[in-house]
Design a protein around this ligand. Structure first.
Ligand code: PLP
Length: 371
């Protein structure tokens, strides 16, 4: 099967995991946690970084650190992973899905502006989809800053991409990067959360560690179980941090491979319509390569998807629109619904060869009777 994505596991990751196992310290706050956090912070230019157990957990923590609660409104993209809406629902807050633009599939600034004036949200989650920086990121962050609305930048799918020479993840007040196995760095299940704001970081760290502030060695034994209220067990274990650290050391290789495959796709599939454009000032990492079959019927796209799977080619549809997850929007027929129904995401793993991409193209041409 040609996989959508597969993690890179080299001798390095095995060596680091073995070291952890030998040390007996498989819990949180290990040396590899600290080394990863420090090295990662330098790449994305954020001072405070914390490894946690999933992207969803990091979004939840980000919202909690901003005191988001019932009746607060949070803007989220309509076309994204369900983790965005779920993290808002976990806080009992109200998600407000915003439609995306049709060039990079990021949130549309004009619609964000309108929604801010109408809903007065407390925060916004911006997502860079499939490895492409959201083209309106600067306008959105500047507008939010003016109105003191906090920006959570979800760069889970785009680690390594840059916009105007700045790394994605450096734009938000808080940034999150999922590290589940198919991501740019994949440890199984995991994520990192980053910020330049010390008090936000301290709150995140406390909440991720059960809201128990006296757990470190130097505190008296009798203080260790004191808990200040609702908290979570969200920190990443040392074994996974060791895998992550190996991949971080190999990150340049992973990123260059991804870019090479993305460019190869665009050359080989030149008569197909990609869902996203490469814009000036933007350097995507092509986490996934998505074709948008705008003119086909939904049933035809689905038949094509099934045919590719039967031929050993793993595919995915577009995301299920956030507004269809929240209530009362069943009649919705906008862009994200079309993207959900008419996108086919193709194998994009770093082990693909040119002949594999040509094989995928041939299968697709055959099915569609393209000559
Ligand atoms: C944009 C985005 N945000 C959040 C998540 C959730 O991350 P996790 O699966 O690590 O909880 C994902 C995907 O997994 C994602 O693609």
């Amino acid at each position: 099967m040609l996989r959508l994505n597969s993690p890179l596991i080299t001798k390095k990751e095995k060596k680091y995991v073995n070291k952890v196992l030998k040390s007996g310290w498989i819990s949180v706050d290990g040396d590899y946690n600290k080394s990863f956090e420090k090295k990662f912070g330098k790449i994305i230019k954020k001072k405070y970084n914390l490894l946690v157990q999933s992207g969803t957990a990091s979004l939840h923590l980000a919202l909690k650190s901003l005191n988001i609660k019932k009746n607060h409104k949070i803007l989220i993209p309509n076309f994204t992973c369900s983790a965005n809406i779920n993290s808002v629902l976990q806080c009992n807050a109200t998600p407000v899905p915003i439609e995306v633009e049709n060039e990079t599939l990021g949130m549309d600034f004009q619609l964000v502006k309108k929604a801010i004036n109408k809903y007065k949200p407390k925060a916004i989650q911006i997502v860079h989809v499939y490895g492409f920086p959201a083209k309106d990121i600067l306008e959105i962050t500047a507008y939010c800053k003016k109105l003191k609305i906090k920006v959570i930048e979800d760069a889970s799918e785009a680690l390594g991409a840059t916009f105007k020479n700045k790394p994605v993840g450096s734009f938000g007040d808080i940034s999150v990067f999922s590290m589940r196995s198919e991501k740019m760095i994949g440890v199984g299940e995991g994520a990192i959360i980053s910020t330049n704001n010390k008090s936000i970081y301290e709150k995140i760290k406390l909440l991720s560690n059960r809201n128990m502030p006296f757990r470190e060695k130097h505190h008296s034994y009798w203080k260790k179980y004191i808990c200040l209220g609702e908290g979570y067990n969200y920190q990443m274990p040392h074994t996974l941090a060791a895998i992550g650290f190996g991949q971080l050391e190999n990150f340049n290789f992973i990123k260059q491979k991804k870019i090479k495959i993305g460019k190869m796709y665009r050359k080989i599939f030149k008569n197909y319509n990609f869902a996203q454009k490469i814009l000036p000032n933007s350097k995507p990492v092509f986490w996934l390569n998505a074709i948008y079959f705008k003119k086909l019927k939904t049933s035809e796209v689905r038949e094509l998807g099934e045919y590719l799977i039967k031929n050993g080619i793993e595919v995915r549809s577009g995301f299920y629109p956030s507004c269809l997850i929240s209530k009362n929007t069943k009649k919705y027929k906008g862009l994200s619904k079309n993207l959900f129904e008419k996108i086919l995401v193709l194998p994009s793993n770093i082990f693909l060869k040119e002949k594999d991409i040509k094989f995928i193209k041939n299968k697709m041409d055959n099915f569609l009777n393209y000559s």
